[in-house]
Write a protein that binds this ligand. Sequence first.
Ligand code: ATP
Ligand code: NI
Length: 267
Amino acid sequence: MRLEVAQLHITAQMKGGTFSTVVQNICLSVETGKRLAIVGQSGSGKTMTAMAILGLLPENCSALGHVVWNGIDILSLNARQRRSYLGTDFALIPQSGADFLNPSLKVGTQFREVLRRARIERSLQGTLMHRLLSGTGFDDPAQILRSYPFQLSGGMAQRVVMAMAAAGNPHLVIADEPTRGIDQENIRVFLANLNTLFKDSAILLITHDISVAAACDEILVMNDGHVIESAPARILLQHPKAKYTRRLICNLPTAYTSKKEALINDA
Ligand SMILES: Nc1ncnc2c1ncn2[C@@H]1O[C@H](COP(=O)(O)OP(=O)(O)OP(=O)(O)O)[C@@H](O)[C@H]1O
Ligand code: NI
């Protein structure tokens, strides 16, 4: 299965009634079993691109172009039809697991609701929740299910949300800055879990961290609502074409430090 985005334009209606272009002519593709990273500085349109794919754009924004999933241009479907993809074919791993969870409900209650929406039979829910939580590294899933979100650390909340995202066995997973605010060790664990839980899914990973992007198959660089370049990760990191990409790599945290000097000298 394959996601193909072509000539995606997103426009926002501003307060005075004027229109502003948010992204222009975005083209990207990712197929099941592959991971695509989107990198770019703040405000470059990464999240809006992801939201357009998932059908979750804010009300004042609209998208034109093509978002083709499995041969169907889902951008032309109505809101109800589009929502039916989320939680089944598509899943979102949001930036902050802790913010995503409802603070007043136990993890188990929220997890069951996710499974209900994914149309998992009630009698299978318990076993599935335990399996998914074990899959994200929890030794005692029962205790996690009994916990309230405030009893979890940021990294633990992220793992819970990831297990929830895996519940519907999605074919496309979009993770928006999933590693922001978590330490290097937890980033390593996150990437390992992502690869195991979503082995057969197409993964679109929005990130500021070059070490996370480097773990993907392809990298797409965005700036100011445009695609600057895209290429297999290794090629893009070692031979970035655009000056913007070189500067971005130099400014991104972690890894590739030895490459940075060469890139700066080249720029
Ligand atoms: N509801 C909205 N109405 C109008 N403009 C918006 C709206 N939401 C976002 N924008 C604008 O769209 C542009 C792209 O925003 P987006 O959130 O996609 O950036 P981003 O690349 O995800 O940045 P970050 O790395 O900070 O998350 C920004 O200029 C932002 O101000
Ligand atoms: Ni964003």
